[in-house]
Design a protein around this ligand. Structure first.
Ligand code: MEV
Length: 312
C-alpha cells in the first residue's frame, strides 16, 4: 500500500506478444509467449460506490453485471470473483493499443485486481489470480485460453497450455522483435468465434492445422533455447501461413509482413487474435531492427522494437 493521507493500493501488469501458437492454444495446443514490460498500471482506494476509470481511453464505468458496455460488466465480474465486498475506486492506465493483439484487456484486468488486493492486503495464490483474471477476460473474449492472463500476471517468456500453470522458457539470449501495428483493431472475440465456426464445419481439417501449429511451437521452443533466430524466423513464417489458411490475416498485415521480410527480418507473422492488430518480425541485429522498423513505417504504420525473453 502506498500514499500518505488516503490508503491506496497499486498494481502493475504486463502486455504480451504471442511468439507462436495463437488460436490453436484455445484448443489445448501449446503457445509460446513473451511479456512486454509496459502493460497497465492501476491505483485503488476505498469509495462510496465502485467505479473504474481508464486512461488514455477517457472512460469511467461503474460495476454492473447487466450493463451493455463490456468494461462495466468485466469490472463487475472481476469484483464478484475476487469477492470484493466494500466499494472501491480504481484509476488505471493502459500503455498498449486496444484490439491490437498485445494483451491490453488482460493487462488492465490484472493491474486492477492487483491494486485492489494491495489496498486490502490480500495475497492471492497464482491459480486464484488466474481465475479472477479469466472472469474479467471472459466478458471480452468469450472463450479465452488464459494465455493473455498468464502473461499479464507473470511476464517473462512462457510456454502455456490451457488449464496448466505457465512454464518458464529460458531463451539463450533476448529476442529482438519489431512490432508493427496495422491500425486495424479487431476484437479477439470475433476471430476466436470465426475459428470456432470453421472448427465446427471442418473439425478434422482444423485439428490437423492445430497439430501442425503445435509442431511449429515445439520447434520454436528449441530454437529459442538454442538462440537460433534464423530458425525462429522460419517458424514465424510457417505459423503465419497456417494462420492465413484460417483466414486470420488481412491485406494490411500481409503487406507489413512482406515488407519486414524484404527488409531482412528472419521471419514475420501476425500476433494475437489477428483480423487486424499487430504483426511481429524477428531480427538478428540492431541494424536489421532499424531497417525493418523503417520498412513498416514507410507503409504509414507504427512500429517499435522490443527485446523480449532476455535474462530477468
Ligand atoms: C489472443 O491473444 C490469443 C488467442 O489465442 C485467444 C486466446 O488464446 O484466448 C487468439
Amino acid at each position: 500500500m502506498s500514499g500518505n493521507d488516503t490508503a491506496r493500493g497499486t498494481g502493475v501488469a504486463h502486455g504480451k506478444v504471442i511468439l507462436l501458437g495463437e488460436h490453436s492454444v484455445v484448443y489445448g495446443r501449446p503457445a509460446l509467449a513473451a511479456g512486454l514490460p509496459r502493460g497497465a498500471t492501476a491505483s485503488a482506494e476505498d469509495a462510496e460506490r465502485s467505479v473504474l476509470r481508464v486512461e488514455p481511453w477517457g472512460v469511467e464505468v461503474p460495476a454492473d453485471p447487466s450493463a451493455e458496455k463490456s468494461l462495466t460488466r468485466a469490472f463487475a465480474a472481476l469484483l464478484a470473483r475476487m469477492d470484493v465486498r466494500r466499494a472501491v475506486r480504481v484509476d488505471a492506465q493502459v500503455f498498449l493499443p486496444g484490439g491490437s493483439g498485445l494483451g491490453s484487456s488482460a493487462a488492465l484486468g490484472v493491474a486492477v485486481m492487483r491494486a485492489i488486493d494491495d489496498l486490502r492486503g490480500v495475497a492471492r495464490a497464482d491459480d486464484d489470480a488466474l481465475a479472477c483474471s479469466l472472469a474479467w477476460e471472459r466478458v471480452f473474449h468469450g472463450n479465452p485460453s488464459g494465455v493473455d492472463s498468464a502473461m499479464a500476471l507473470h511476464g517473462g517468456c512462457g510456454w502455456y497450455v490451457r488449464g496448466e500453470a505457465l512454464a518458464r522458457v529460458h531463451p539463450r539470449h533476448g529476442v529482438t522483435l519489431v512490432v508493427g501495428d496495422s491500425g486495424e483493431s479487431c476484437s479477439t472475440r470475433i476471430t476466436v468465434e470465426q475459428v470456432a465456426r470453421q472448427h465446427e464445419g471442418h473439425p478434422a481439417r482444423l485439428e490437423r492445422t492445430f497439430d501442425a501449429i503445435a509442431a511449429v511451437v515445439r520447434n520454436g521452443r528449441l530454437a529459442l533455447e538454442a538462440g537460433d533466430m534464423r530458425a525462429l524466423g522460419q517458424l514465424f513464417d510457417m505459423n503465419q501461413s497456417l494462420l492465413a489458411g484460417m483466414l486470420l490475416s488481412t491485406a494490411t498485415l500481409e503487406d507489413m509482413i512482406h515488407a519486414a521480410r524484404a527488409a531482412g527480418a528472419a521471419g514475420a507473422k501476425l500476433t494475437g487474435g489477428g483480423g487486424g492488430g499487430c504483426m511481429i518480425a524477428v531480427v538478428q541485429d540492431p541494424e536489421q531492427a532499424t531497417a525493418v522498423k523503417d520498412a513498416i513505417e514507410a507503409l504509414g504504420k507504427r512500429a517499435f522494437v522490443a527485446t523480449v525473453g532476455g535474462p530477468a
